[in-house]
Design a protein around this ligand. Structure first.
Ligand code: ATP
Ligand code: LTN
Length: 337
């Protein structure tokens, strides 16, 4: 039996951005070789930002299409939409009764997001979001969760809940998951404001490299990336955040180490680095974009992959939920005894 990996992304944009790809998707694809992999489009999570219904539907399919285009292989891995497996919402309820108010209130992503929209615009779902995420993970007896740096605290909560369940309900209730965060690419920064992480629902589209964007726009964004004024190509996350981010992206796509790139660009100007990087990124994204568009243009084929994925996911999820329902003391319906 291979160890299990689970991860997910929210359908909060038509296109994923390069940070989603480097920080998470690339690892998802790699881990398929060594792990039993399950990947989900977490559409229930996306409801916390009150999306337009038709837009949400389109983005849910587009997000799945980009998983497949990146190399997630439905022959080997389970790919599905979270809302197709009812157990996610059911386990989230159970877990919410094991979560302290203070514990949930400490989540920095909730604090940031709710501060942005103000109390009037904040819904309870945004507060309980990390509990639903823990349910996603614990349903599948997950060993490893590949994510970017911003998910570290949520993963800690999932681990704490898993340990609590095992203490209160008995060992073997759930598997305690580990985060899989690859430091070098765990946080790709916004091109315009390199102190902020790149985000797919960013307000400044110029700071983002979108997977499905027109390649000319991608090149333009890279060429207008914010850099400093001392005109030396070197890696220094604090003092030279903009250039360091470009070097990180370059290294991740081209295979040369950051040190090697710094040596290769010695004495050259930022413009050189940007022009070369734009070419590397565009040639990397072009086949990805083409393949994603093919999936997007064949929704029936895509839906059938998602349907099959959901059926497989349901089998695993329902067994976990039944085990936990039994352990917390719910009476099983006669049909399940
Ligand atoms: P949103 O803008 O809707 O919050 P997002 O772009 O931050 O979206 P998520 O759906 O929250 O993306 O994240 C999907 C995965 O991509 C997660 O594992 C997350 O950690 C990772 N990720 C997101 N942004 C980056 C980034 N800039 N660098 C590295 N990994 C990232
Ligand atoms: N919260 C994550 C998306 C997410 C997730 C998960 C990631 C929801 N459930 C389970 C890993 C495992 C995000 O916004 N990036």
């Amino acid at each position: 039996m291979k160890p299990r990996v689970f991860s997910a992304m929210q359908p909060t944009a038509d296109s994923l951005q390069l940070g989603n790809y480097l920080g998470a998707l690339v690892q998802w694809v790699r881990l398929q070789d060594t792990h039993d992999a399950i990947y989900s489009v977490v559409d229930l999570h996306a409801l916390t930002v009150a999306p337009d219904p038709e837009v949400l539907r389109r983005r849910s399919r587009a997000t799945a299409a980009q998983f497949l285009a990146a190399g997630v292989d439905p022959q080997r891995s389970i790919v599905f939409l979270q809302s197709h497996v009812a157990e996610h919402a059911q386990l989230a309820w159970l877990l919410s009764t094991f979560t302290g108010m203070g514990e949930a209130g400490r989540m920095t992503q909730f604090k940031d997001k709710s501060a942005k929209v103000g109390e009037a615009g904040t819904n309870v779902g945004l507060f309980t979001y990390p509990i639903l995420m823990a349910a996603d993970i614990l349903l599948y007896d997950t060993d490893l969760v590949p994510v970017g740096e911003d998910q570290r605290q949520h993963l800690e909560l999932s681990r704490d809940l898993a340990e609590r369940l095992n203490t209160r309900l008995g060992e073997g209730s759930v598997v305690v998951p580990d985060a899989h965060i690859v430091e070098s690419v765990a946080k790709i920064y916004d091109l315009q404001d390199p102190t902020k992480k790149m985000s797919k629902s960013a307000v400044s589209p110029k700071g983002t490299i979108e997977i499905l964007q027109d390649p000319r726009q991608v090149a333009k964004n890279i060429k207008s990336a914010a850099t400093d004024s001392d005109a030396v190509i070197a890696f220094d996350r604090e003092a030279k955040a903009g250039v360091s981010n470009l070097l990180t992206i370059y290294s991740a796509l081209d295979g040369r180490s950051v040190e090697q790139l710094v040596a290769d660009y010695e004495g050259k100007m930022y413009g050189h680095l940007k022009v070369d990087l734009a070419e590397v990124v565009v040639s990397y994204l072009t086949p990805l974009r083409d393949s994603a568009m093919e999936w997007i243009e064949s929704p029936a084929r895509l839906d059938s992959v998602l349907e099959e994925g959901a059926a497989k996911a349901r089998t695993i999820a329902s067994a976990t939920l039944a085990r936990l329902y039994e352990r917390v003391g719910l009476v099983a319906p006669t049909s399940r005894r």
